[in-house]
Structure formats: structure tokens, C-alpha cells
Design a protein around this ligand. Structure first.
Ligand SMILES: [Zn+2]
Length: 112
């Protein structure tokens, strides 16, 4: 993290550099004091690093991306599930196969 931008905040410490995940400013980077809501420090330093996203489409995409990021672990869990290990999947497949066979027999009898 050596190339990361740097700001010093009102209380003299180096400000925290983070990425917003709020609904109104998704993906927008900002600086804030490490003790932002600490009453004892009374330092209310806060500064946006990126310009505000004026494009609504872009905002929407960022929001999607960020929600996708948080869902990633769930998706990984789902995809690791093998459908063949599910007994209901096998039963359903067997039922479809039997129905197709019956249909085939009926069609063949009609042609005969
Ligand atoms: Zn501060």
C-alpha cells in the first residue's frame, strides 16, 4: 500500500483511506479520521478522494458489483454442490426418462 494517497487529518494522524459501500456513493474512495466518531478526539475529518459519481448508470453498476462481491462466498458454496449427489435430481431424471419411453411406445403403436 505504498502508492496509496495520503492525507493528514485535523488531529495530526494519518487519515484512513477507504472505499465507500454506501447506497449513495458506492465505490467512492474517501479519507476519514481513524477516530471519526470518537467524542474524546473530537476530530471530524472527512474528505472524498474521488469526485462524486454523477452518472446514474455507473452508480448502479458499482452497486451491483459491490453486492456481487459480498455474495461471492455464497455463490462459491452453491457451485460446489454437485447436482448428481442430490437424490431428488436423480429421481426427477428417471421420471422424465420413463415418460419419454412411454411416449415413444405410444407413438410406435399408433404408427403400427
Ligand atoms: Zn483525526
Amino acid at each position: 500500500m505504498r502508492n496509496q494517497p495520503f492525507r493528514r487529518c485535523y488531529c495530526g494522524r494519518s487519515a484512513r483511506f477507504e472505499v465507500s459501500s454506501s447506497m449513495s456513493n458506492p465505490g467512492r474512495r474517501y479519507f476519514s479520521c481513524k477516530h471519526f466518531l470518537d467524542e474524546k478526539e473530537d476530530c471530524t475529518y472527512f474528505e472524498w478522494y474521488d469526485d462524486e459519481l454523477s452518472n446514474l448508470w455507473y452508480k448502479e453498476k458499482m452497486r451491483e458489483l459491490m453486492s456481487l462481491k459480498s455474495k461471492k462466498s455464497t455463490v462459491a458454496e452453491l457451485s460446489s454442490e454437485n447436482p448428481l449427489s442430490d437424490p431428488m435430481f436423480l429421481i426427477r431424471g428417471l421420471v422424465v426418462l420413463v415418460m419419454v419411453l412411454i411416449l415413444l411406445v405410444v407413438v410406435l403403436m399408433m404408427i403400427w
